[in-house]
Design a protein around this ligand. Structure first.
Ligand SMILES: NC(=O)c1ccc[n+]([C@@H]2O[C@H](COP(=O)([O-])OP(=O)(O)OC[C@H]3O[C@@H](n4cnc5c(N)ncnc54)[C@H](OP(=O)(O)O)[C@@H]3O)[C@@H](O)[C@H]2O)c1
Length: 244
């Protein structure tokens, strides 16, 4: 069995709120971690947040995985740097959208929301899934949210549409590829995720989420199962047990 330093985990959306917690926890466990962002300054901010010891095990590059060409280009750049990707965590999207009820919105805005939450999940998956698909020690983990199952509050309708698309995408992939050797996981987070200094009721720290997800990747213990985290206690349980 390979040690974690031999595994290269690509965290899509790794410069984001959820993704940065996952990146930190994976680095803490000794993995090599790769992050692609459209924005160099977000990568710099991520580096400031991480301990200097992450150093050579962190691979950052600027790229846009939201189109097929962009994702392929980012894949080429990444493979030149790392030579391989063994695991992928897909945490693309945005934290929140509350633009108002649907009749006040434009088609262009709906396109933007779907591009960010659903279509980038597809274009990135199309490029990176082939790298891990046939690896029995590999994994592809989708981060999804409860926003896809219900309207969280008035005015968040487009968020529901985008998040529902991402949820369905993760479900669809598991059903379309039931026998694929790599582990196909979904971690559905049914609460808000934020940084420790902004924690409040209904929120969990991105560090706790990161620990739970990194633990699952490390243990390669989940296969074709949905993990639904409802509370910080649930997340801790997932992290400790690495189930299922
Ligand atoms: N935050 C929460 O409360 C919460 C709760 C439950 C579930 N979730 C789910 O977690 C996921 C991530 O949310 P978040 O809060 O971490 O959002 P976030 O802070 O906005 O981060 C999202 C990341 O996605 C990346 N991204 C989007 N489109 C991209 C593209 N075309 N190419 C490259 N990167 C792209 C962004 O990268 P750039 O650096 O390029 O901007 C950004 O770093 C979402 O699916 C969300 O539904 C979040």
């Amino acid at each position: 069995m390979s040690v974690t330093s031999d595994r290269v985990v690509l965290v899509l959306g790794g410069a984001g709120t959820v993704g940065s917690g996952i990146v930190k926890a994976l680095l803490d466990k000794g993995f090599q971690v790769a992050v692609i962002s459209r924005d160099e300054s977000r990568l710099e901010k991520l580096k400031q947040f991480l301990p200097p010891s992450a150093g050579s095990r962190l691979h950052t590059l600027v790229g846009d995985v939201g189109s097929e060409d962009g994702a392929e280009a980012a894949k080429g750049d990444l493979l030149k740097r790392t030579g391989k990707v063994t695991d992928v965590v897909s945490s693309l999207g945005f934290s929140w959208w509350q633009g108002g009820p649907p009749h006040t919105q434009s088609l262009q805005e709906l396109h933007r929301v779907l591009d960010t939450l659903l279509l980038s999940t597809f274009t990135a998956w199309k490029a990176f899934f082939p790298l891990v698909k046939d690896n029995p020690n590999g994994s592809y983990t989708f981060i999804t949210g409860g926003a896809g199952e219900r309207l969280l509050m008035p005015g968040t309708g487009f968020l529901t549409l985008g998040a529902a698309g991402a949820l369905a995408f993760a479900l669809m992939v598991r059903q379309e590829y039931p026998e694929v050797p790599c582990k196909l996981n979904e971690v559905k987070i049914n609460m808000g995720v934020t940084t420790p200094e902004r924690l409040g009721p209904g929120y969990v720290s991105h560090l706790e989420v990161g620990e739970a997800v990194a633990s699952l990747v490390q243990k390669r213990a989940v296969s074709h199962k949905v993990l639904s985290a409802n509370s910080p206690a649930d997340l801790k349980t997932l992290a400790l047990e690495g189930r299922i």
